[in-house]
Ligand binder design. Structure first.
Ligand code: F6P
Length: 623
């Protein structure tokens, strides 16, 4: 049954899903649950992958349903009111920009989005001849913008120290900590620091789980869990000293992959908030109506983007073919679309155990185009080479028919450069496609149209809004590109057999959250007791060394250290448990199998294997 629709929607949002029912995977937070929509995504063809992810993304805009558990949603009154409250506080900072600062912070994709958002709104302020007052922090520093650095996410003290450094000398700071899963200790440390310095800081937590589902396991060497920090904030919220913004957007299409829907929802929510704050700065009151007007433009972006589903499916197919043939996938973007490409590629490294060489993003202008705080990082190593010049120098000579190149631009970008680069690529591979954005009335020159075999060509309606209207257009195009890239990369890895049902299985166990996710996935796929799963996971991590009690008693951080240099840690543990074989044999079976999915499927269906009831403790969280 559909809940009472309060707002006129642009897209048809799905009926509330089974995941909202009280007993559905009750031990898991929403961000880690498996989405019923994508339960069989591993068997889908490109067209179906696009359809399923489209439905998952539509859940972002779904309204709250009083008949079910009643999670707060994007359009819930309490959420819109919270956005207005934060927007008003943002306005105070904009007016006193000499003494004030707005800090956005996060880990992995959430940190990359923090950078993108801070830079966008500084640009907007500069255009209004006002002082920029946004900055960002990303765990691991700017290196994490372009490479995968998951370890620092576990360090709350480092988070707090970074924040203190960035805010030195400021009298009023709004700190916006983004953790989609309400999980990152790095962000918890920063929120805690703010709560200890309330004369200067207003802590704001942005994520997509209720506080009762925030991560509750001990943080090594620290005094609180994430949930305890969030609960303390909840109390302070009653006296307007802290704010939590956490609507539910539903489980991810690939369980736990918070960079997908979580990332999109972060972008939608915070851009709406800041746009409304800046609008009101021009003496227009921040109202629910104003928020709804902006939110609808994002819903429209969903509709416009997925109206290209057929062409998106064709890119998915092409990208999958390249990855299956051990070729590469390259994303070449102009302006912030280049950042969207880099974000996507880097996000896939921990999620699919991908090598940075397999899937890479490049941006016109390199670090000058990215506008990161630490400037040019190219000297740090080959992974840090991100400009189109780097692509021409390092990649073009090795390009072949096995590789796929995806161009991402708007009709306002440097079309002669695009044409030239496409010409170079064409000499090496016929597998190059494009995402091109235009506004109604604009059109792509024929010379470029003819060059590309497939163009996802999106034409956006003209927005009759004032100055900020330009930014809404940019944001729509970024989000649209993000949705397409999320779909392309997920689809390509699904077709490569990297996903089982809708679980990521071949991820890098590179921090404590990912260790716990590993335990949870092994349990869910093998239906074995938690202790046995941990034991086998450790065998997989430490093999060929024998497990000793000394190893077993090491803190999780040590297991993570050992696991992060290993491959196929989770698949080996899964196959070993399903086959009751040694991890050595499991590894051989995986190596001999055409894909990880095939190896797990064959093990699950192996003759004689007894299937148990789904384990009731199938979670490493919420203990
Ligand atoms: O630990 C890796 C990771 O899951 C990334 O994929 C993600 O972008 C990052 O953590 C941050 O997650 P969250 O926003 O939930 O803190």
């Amino acid at each position: 049954m559909r809940g009472t629709r309060k707002y006129r929607h642009v897209i048809e949002t799905p009926d509330p899903g089974k995941w909202e029912l009280a007993g559905y995977e009750a031990t898991l937070p929403i961000s880690e649950k498996s989405n019923p929509i994508t339960r069989e995504i591993d068997k889908a063809n490109p067209t179906l992958v696009v359809q399923l992810l489209k439905e998952c993304d539509a859940e972002i805009f779904q309204e709250e349903d009083g008949a079910l558990i009643n999670y707060k949603r994007l359009y819930s009154e309490s959420v819109l009111k919270t956005v207005i409250d934060i927007a008003k506080r943002v306005q105070e900072i904009i007016k006193e920009a000499d003494d004030g600062l707005i800090v956005l912070s996060g880990c992995g994709s959430s940190g990359r989005l923090a950078m993108l958002l801070a830079n966008s709104f500084n640009k907007l302020l500069k255009g209004l001849h006002r002082k920029p007052c946004y900055t960002y922090i990303i765990s691991g520093g700017d290196r994490t913008l372009v490479t995968s650095q998951e370890g620092e996410e576990d360090n709350p003290l480092l988070g707090a120290a970074e924040l203190e450094k960035v805010c030195a000398g400021k009298k009023k700071v709004i700190f916006i900590g983004i953790s989609c899963g309400l999980a990152a200790p790095f962000v918890a440390g920063q929120l805690d620091f703010c709560m200890n310095n309330l004369d200067i800081f207003l802590p704001v937590l942005v994520g997509f789980n209720p506080v009762s589902m925030a991560r509750n396991d001990c943080v090594e060497g620290w005094h609180s869990t994430f949930r305890q920090v969030a609960e303390r904030m909840q109390k302070l919220q009653e006296i307007q000293k802290a704010i939590i913004l956490n609507p539910a957007v539903g489980p991810e299409g690939i369980s736990g992959s918070s960079r997908m829907k979580g990332g999109s929802a972060t972008k939608i929510l915070l851009e709406t908030l800041f746009l409304a704050a800046h609008k009101a700065d021009c003496n227009v009151e921040v109202t629910e109506k104003c928020l709804l007007e902006i939110l609808r433009t994002y819903e429209r972006a969903h509709k416009v983007t997925y109206s290209q589903s057929k062409k998106i499916a064709s890119v998915v197919k092409q990208a999958a073919t390249s990855l299956q043939k051990k070729g590469h996938l390259y994303l070449l973007g102009w302006r912030t679309l280049g950042i969207m490409g880099i974000m996507e590629a880097v996000g896939c490294i921990p999620q699919f155990g991908a090598d940075y060489r397999d899937f890479r993003g490049f941006i016109a202008g390199g670090y000058n185009g990215m506008l990161n705080k630490e400037g040019d990082l190219t000297a740090l190593g080959p992974e840090f080479a991100i400009s189109h010049e780097d692509f021409i120098k390092n990649i073009v000579p090795t390009l072949s028919e096995m590789d796929t190149v995806l161009f991402m631009f708007t009709v306002d970008d440097e079309l002669p450069d695009i044409e030239k680069l496409a010409g170079l690529v064409k000499e090496k591979t016929s597998n190059f496609q494009a995402i091109s954005h235009a506004t109604a009335g604009q059109c792509l020159p024929n010379s470029i149209k003819k060059l590309f075999p497939n163009i996802i060509s999106i034409t956006w309606p003209i927005l009759f809004l004032e100055y900020e209207g330009n930014f809404i257009q940019i944001f729509q195009r970024e989000l649209s590109t993000k949705w397409i890239l999320n779909t392309v990369s997920t689809g390509a890895h699904v077709l490569k057999g990297k996903i089982y049902r809708n679980y990521m299985v071949d991820f890098k166990v590179s921090n404590t959250k990912l260790f716990q996710r590993a335990v949870s996935v092994v349990q869910r796929l093998t239906e074995q007791p938690q202790l046995r799963c941990i034991e086998t996971l450790l065998q997989s991590i430490y093999a060929p060394e024998m497990l000793t009690d000394q190893i077993r008693s090491l803190p999780i951080s040590k297991h993570v250290e050992a696991a992060s240099v290993k491959e196929k840690v989770v698949p080996v543990a899964v196959v070993s448990l399903l086959r009751s074989c040694t991890v050595h044999e499991a590894k051989s079976r995986l190596d001999a199998s055409p894909s990880i999915r095939a190896a797990i499927d064959a093990s699950i269906n192996a003759p004689g294997r007894k299937r148990g009831a789904e384990s009731s403790e199938a979670s490493g969280r919420n203990k």
